[in-house]
Design a protein around this ligand. Structure first.
Ligand code: ADP
Ligand code: MG
Length: 567
């Protein structure tokens, strides 16, 4: 074998390691879930590769995960006969956190209010393998990539560096050996050499893993000694079971397993489609948003399986961008295992599945809004801004999405309103939904544009998300009522309702224009470079003047947004 090489961890990796080891997880048990999930991924990959690459001579007859305890050496080993890694893989995957966004994640973790918040951040990022260092002071990894001969051994104490060397005679797959720290109840360190403890953790976190997780026979009870190794998990694919047979607790556990979330989901959608294209879908709306919801490379949460064979994470063909927070599983029965992202994007059946799933999720949200408005309010607070992107992206569901919109308004400062509630409160003769966009509520409320509307008792929606600027331009109306920004164009309130817009008013207006002609002319020429037109208005009650955009103009916030984007 070649000499052992010592390599440094990448700086960001080292920082993350320190955080993981010293402060983050209050629940150390989850290290096992992480290692098992890596092993399971490795088995999925080998299975898939052996099905699609006929040249790969790999034994897939008994894919499984084994847990092995050595009491004397105080080690716990997680072994799989999956895809394995080459030396380069090990350096790239284990020595580096090459994922984008690590730096910003680290900053966020440092700002996190408490351990729980930090844990959720780290958990969503999937710090995975490194969680081993919470319970071990040394980790040794042996691995051989399927289809290659050379094995690799990697070892680290999780401080600044790791060693890497060649190893002979390894089976295909990976084993991760943890040299356990002493058990210490106070530190949250359980006794990970105890079989009951391991059994309990596997049951809790890894029960749905679709490969057998076996406990090596060596350490079993006297009576079972030398018997068959015990399989710890049920391997039941929850989504394949009838809804009536699944308990809420099972749904929650499954959700937590696939999402790494520590809270139960806000909503569960479980469905089965039969007919020409069969599939099962089990989808969840989380109760809170992930930290990277608005980052460009945020992952979508739906996994694709084909007949219980895992195909891919983050299946973007199955969920539109504005539902990227939805997590879950779709198991399609009649797809090729070789299917690629590109093919999926253009597959008519997948498009149909996606349309159906979107309708289901939106219907579930709408249902929640009527039946459990409290939970809905929380979901909207977390995901409303993203859902409103749907008003721009998804013309098929505009009506449903408009029904979901919940927004501040001048009607009740304490309570958000729906558009339907707004319409129900409209004044006699009002046929327009009035709104004003702006950076924040106070700015919108104090805008001079508001004055006449408030004075005359018109309700105005207060829209303060950047996306509001865009969808209000794209969506013309709600239920036949036009959207009208009170900051744009001519809004002539007098004609709307007061009933006094007759001849008298017209002469009065003409008279006023005459009175102010000199001032208007002077203003017009003085401000010529800055404004298009100066005119008298009925908008204002207390302010002397305000700036108004043309109906087609960009609003100030949108202008700012575009400028910030460099346009
Ligand atoms: P993640 O699982 O989110 O990618 P991890 O830190 O858990 O992050 O693992 C990093 C990478 O190391 C994995 O993506 C995988 O490529 C590789 N890896 C980890 N464990 C194994 C294993 N048992 N077999 C093969 N590859 C593994
Ligand atoms: Mg992992």
């Amino acid at each position: 074998a070649s000499p052992t090489e010592t390599l440094e961890f990448q700086a960001e990796t080292r920082q993350l390691l320190q955080l993981v080891i010293h402060s983050i997880y209050s629940n150390k048990d989850i290290f096992l879930r992480e290692l098992i999930s890596n092993a399971s991924d490795a088995l999925d990959k080998l299975r898939l590769e052996s099905l699609t690459d006929t040249d790969l001579a790999a034994d897939t007859s008994d894919l499984h995960i084994t847990l092995e305890v050595d009491q004397a050496a105080r080690t716990l080993t997680v072994r799989d006969n999956g895809i394995g890694m080459t030396r380069d893989d090990v350096v790239d995957l284990i020595g580096t956190i090459a994922k984008s966004g690590t730096a910003s994640l680290l900053a966020k973790i440092k700002e996190a209010k408490d351990a729980d918040a930090a844990q959720s951040l780290i958990g969503q990022f999937g710090v995975g393998f490194y969680s081993a260092f919470m319970v071990a002071d040394k980790v040794t990894l042996h691995t051989r990539r399927a289809g290659t001969e050379q094995g690799t051994v990697w070892e680290s104490d999780g401080e600044g560096s790791y060693t890497i060397a060649e190893a002979e005679g390894l089976p295909v797959g990976t084993s991760v050996t943890l040299h356990l720290k002493p058990a210490d109840g106070e530190d949250g360190l359980g006794d990970y050499l105890a079989t009951w403890k391991i059994r309990q953790i596997v049951k809790q976190y890894s029960d749905f893993i679709r490969w057998p997780i076996r406990m090596a026979a060596e350490d079993q009870d006297e009576s079972e000694r030398r018997g068959e190794p015990e399989t710890l998990n049920s391997m039941k694919a929850l989504w394949a079971r009838p809804r009536s047979e699944v308990t809420e607790a099972e749904y929650n556990e499954f959700y937590q397993q696939i999402s790494h979330d520590w809270q139960p989901p806000a909503e569960t959608v479980h469905m089965r489609a039969e007919g020409t294209f069969e599939y099962e879908a089990l989808l969840f709306v989380p109760a809170h948003a992930p930290f990277d919801l608005f980052s460009r490379d945020a992952k979508r949460g739906v996994q694709l399986y084909v007949k219980r064979v895992f195909i891919m994470d983050d299946c973007d063909a199955l969920m539109p961008n504005y539902l990227r927070f939805v997590k879950g599983v779709v198991d399609a029965h009649d797809l090729s295992l070789n299917v690629s992202r590109e093919i999926l994007q253009h597959d008519r059946q997948i498009t149909a599945v996606r349309r159906r799933l979107v309708k289901k999720v939106l219907a579930a949200l709408k249902d929640m809004r009527t039946k459990d408005s409290e939970t809905y309010a929380k979901v909207w607070e977390q995901f409303g801004r993203v859902l409103k992107e749907g008003l721009i992206e998804d013309r098929d569901n505009t009506d449903t999405l408009l029904e979901l919109v919940s927004t501040a308004s001048t009607h009740d400062p304490e309570k958000a309103t729906t558009l339907r509630e707004y319409v129900a409160r409209m004044k006699d003769g009002q046929d327009t939904v009035y709104y004003l966009t702006g950076e924040n509520r106070a700015m919108v409320e104090n805008s001079p544009h508001m004055e006449a509307f408030t004075a005359k008792g018109y309700e105005v929606l207060i829209l303060t998300d950047p996306v509001d600027e865009i969808w209000t331009d794209e969506v013309p109306s709600f239920d036949g009522h036009r959207f009208q920004s009170i900051a744009k164009g001519q809004v002539d309130l007098d004609d709307d309702s007061d009933g006094d817009g007759g001849d008298e008013a017209k002469t009065e207006k003409a008279q006023r224009e005459q009175d102010f002609a000199a001032l208007l002319g002077w203003l017009q020429s003085t401000l010529a470079e800055h404004v298009k037109q100066v005119r008298l208005s009925t908008r204002l009650t207390t302010s002397a003047a305000c700036l108004v955009g043309d109906a087609q103009d960009l609003t100030p916030t949108l202008e700012k947004m575009y400028r910030a984007m460099g346009q």
